[in-house]
Design a protein around this ligand. Structure first.
Ligand SMILES: Nc1ncnc2c1ncn2[C@@H]1O[C@H](COP(=O)(O)OP(=O)(O)O)[C@@H](O)[C@H]1O
Ligand SMILES: [Mg+2]
Length: 412
């Protein structure tokens, strides 16, 4: 074959791979076709692609042509070795001493099958190793620069398509999670509203009758203690129902123009005694006056919920810091509340905004669910970061007044 034919071959294989990549086919189809054509054009015995699977932390064989599965090592060693190659910016690696190749799980079998040279190409985006392509040859030979250029370009295209597909998979998984979460929240909301209404009236009746009874029972009566318990437990149930109604009500915020720092100060004032009794230091770093358009009562409720959780996480002797700031574009306000409390376990952090999730003996698990709904209704965002044993930090973002005004202008 003269060099013009060789180039024509490279070009046609490359064109096939690109066409396959853009035809939205399954990633395995793209890889299978790619390894078959690449092996063909290089007159190799076979070729294969393994991709790194995050959940199993192993290299899984995804496409192979001309070679048996037993030649592909997938252990931790492979991962470390490829990582080192990528860090050293080595885009290709030849395995020439097949007999003693520690890179292979079945070196002897590869030798017996006639393999004398293996070309390895890590599939990487920046420094992240996504997988590896291997080309198996039956003759020990040198690769020309053109050949190497060709396989490198193929491997780079593979890395791009794998990266893109993984990115889409992550977005789809997040979207699914969000869709399920929203569905769960709305059906829970409807159910909660129904239950809360049904229970609220009988509870009021129990409270009324027990408080009447307790007035008639002498202090020394053995009935007193029981009645006290009935009253305190019924009051607790009313609190839970109140929270449920709040959660289910989903009312539109009654917005006014106000300064966020005033709401922060008011919320801190409400809990002033609690901070004092528990020796909790409150550090404030409030930015210049920041005008917002929001429901003061609702945002105050959110802040009090978060402060109360922080107080409970600290219990005694600790620090809560609160910072308000705007972003560079001055279209968004940020409220950061951090505490030096017990922190949240990694396996619980995804659940804390779920209604009724609570790790406290007397918790309702509604504080953060309600807060999440309120911030959402204000076109804002609430996020949590936590280090178990060290502390937790909540970040709320809300649109600033100019941004709100602009959005409303656009609507009319
Ligand atoms: N600052 C915090 N530090 C540690 N854990 C927290 C913090 N805030 C919330 N949590 C966790 O989230 C759960 C849910 O909080 P919340 O919805 O307010 O319900 P509740 O306070 O009634 O338990 C809490 O039970 C706790 O486990
Ligand atoms: Mg709470």
């Amino acid at each position: 074959m003269d060099s013009a034919d060789v180039y024509k071959n490279y070009f046609s294989v490359f064109r096939d791979i690109i066409r396959e990549m853009h035809s939205h086919k399954d990633i395995d189809d793209v890889l299978s076709m790619g390894v078959r054509k690449t092996a063909g054009v290089l007159q190799a015995q076979g070729a294969a692609v393994q991709l790194f699977d995050q959940s199993s932390q192993k290299f899984e064989l995804r496409a192979a042509w001309g070679m048996d599965e037993c030649y592909f090592s997938n252990g931790l060693e492979t991962s470390k070795r490829l990582q080192q190659l990528v860090h050293k910016n080595e885009k290709s690696h030849f395995i020439r001493d097949i007999h003693n190749a520690s890179e292979l799980t079945s070196a002897q079998q590869a030798w017996d099958a006639g393999i004398r040279l293996i070309l390895e190409l890590p599939l990487a985006l920046d420094t992240q190793v996504l997988g590896v392509m291997r080309i198996f040859l039956t003759k020990e030979r040198q690769f020309s620069n053109d050949e190497l250029d060709f396989v490198l370009t193929v491997s780079e295209q593979f890395a791009c398509v794998v990266g893109r597909v993984q990115c889409i998979e992550i977005i789809e998984a997040q979207y699914d999670h969000l869709a399920k979460y929203t569905e769960k929240m709305s059906s829970l909301g409807r159910m909660a509203a129904g239950i809360a209404h049904e229970i609220n009236n009988p509870l009021a009746g129990i409270l009324l009758y027990s408080s009447n009874l307790i007035k008639k029972v002498p202090d020394m009566s053995p009935l007193k203690e029981g009645l006290d318990i009935i009253m305190s437990e019924t009051t607790r149930c009313k609190g839970i129902i109140q929270g449920l109604l709040e959660f289910a009500r989903d009312r539109e915020p009654e917005k006014v123009v106000t300064d966020i720092n005033l709401i922060v100060k008011k919320s801190l004032q409400i809990l002033k005694n609690e901070f004092h009794i528990r020796h909790i230091i409150v550090e404030q770093d409030l930015g210049d006056s920041m005008l917002v358009f929001l429901d003061e009562n609702q945002i105050e409720q959110v802040l009090v919920n978060i402060f109360l959780n922080a107080i409970q996480a600290i219990d005694k002797n600790g620090t809560i810091s609160i910072k308000t700031s705007t972003n560079n574009k001055r279209d968004e306000l940020k409220i950061e509340i951090s505490d030096s409390g017990c922190g949240i376990d990694n396996n619980q952090i995804d659940k804390i905004f779920d209604p009724f999730f609570s790790t406290k003996a007397k918790g309702t698990g509604l504080g953060l669910a309600v807060s999440y709904g309120i911030i959402n209704n204000h076109q804002g965002n609430i996020r949590v970061d936590s280090q178990p044993g060290q502390g937790t930090s909540f970040t709320i973002t809300l649109p600033l007044l100019s941004q709100v005004a602009e959005k409303q202008d656009r609507r009319f």
